[in-house]
Design a protein around this ligand. Structure first.
Ligand code: 5GP
Length: 205
């Protein structure tokens, strides 16, 4: 029997490089990546339907009313939500799905999908994080300050995660996340059907 896929929730401070980690997991290991909807304006280079589905607030609220999201949250003045259909279809097809979402969303997902793996990607130091956020050059000073403040709040939530992975070297970070997922898929309770099938196989000898 085809196993359902796993939900892998990746959170981390703004600017920590979690988007890059997620893209590498797709490229290197064939994970599916959920594209979120948001009311925030696109950054330069961001493409609708690839980075996000960019929505007006009215459209976003409409989707909430139609139960179109498995979770949504407000983050720094904008809404972000995970479209339901894609995630459900991919899990049913046995594929591992990455959600790159913030803390409130992660906890919400864990309540609905207890098998979901919650991974927090951290920077090696707070200074390294701030340097990266400034260095990215996509955010105005006030936004950087707002995101650092939000990050300091998120640091208090790190304890809600099951795994902390430091993104110092990208390759190592990607391999560590993949190792966590492999280990999760090998857990006893993820393999109960396989055990029954094996035992039945012996019974039929
Ligand atoms: P950004 O504006 O930098 O792209 O994203 C801001 C924050 O929103 C990030 O922490 C990102 O992980 C989070 N985020 C992106 N999509 C979703 C989503 O669908 N749901 C939730 N809860 N958070 C999201």
């Amino acid at each position: 029997m085809e196993k359902r896929g796993l939900l892998i929730v990746i959170s981390g401070f703004s600017g920590v490089g979690k988007g890059t980690v997620a893209k590498r997991l797709v490229k290197d290991y064939g994970y599916s990546l959920s594209v979120s909807a948001t009311t925030r304006a696109p950054r330069e280079g961001e493409v609708d339907g690839v980075d996000y589905y960019f929505k007006s607030e009215a459209d976003f609220k409409n989707l909430i009313d139609y139960n179109g999201f498995i979770e949504y949250a407000r983050y720094v003045d904008n809404y972000y939500g995970t479209p339901r259909m894609f995630v459900e279809n991919e899990l049913a097809a046995g594929r591992n799905v990455i959600l790159e979402i913030e803390v409130q969303g992660a906890l919400n997902i864990k309540r609905q999908y207890p098998d979901a793996v919650l991974i927090f990607i951290a920077a090696p130091t707070v200074t390294a994080l701030k340097d990266r956020l400034i260095g990215r050059g996509t955010e105005k000073e006030a936004v950087v300050a707002k995101r650092m403040k939000r990050a300091s709040e998120e640091a208090k939530e790190m304890e809600n995660y099951e795994y902390i992975v430091i993104n110092d070297e990208l390759d190592v970070c990607v391999q560590n996340v993949h190792a966590i997922v492999i280990s999760k898929r090998c857990e006893l309770h993820q393999n109960l059907n396989f055990i029954s099938e094996t035992q039945e196989g012996f019974a039929q000898l």
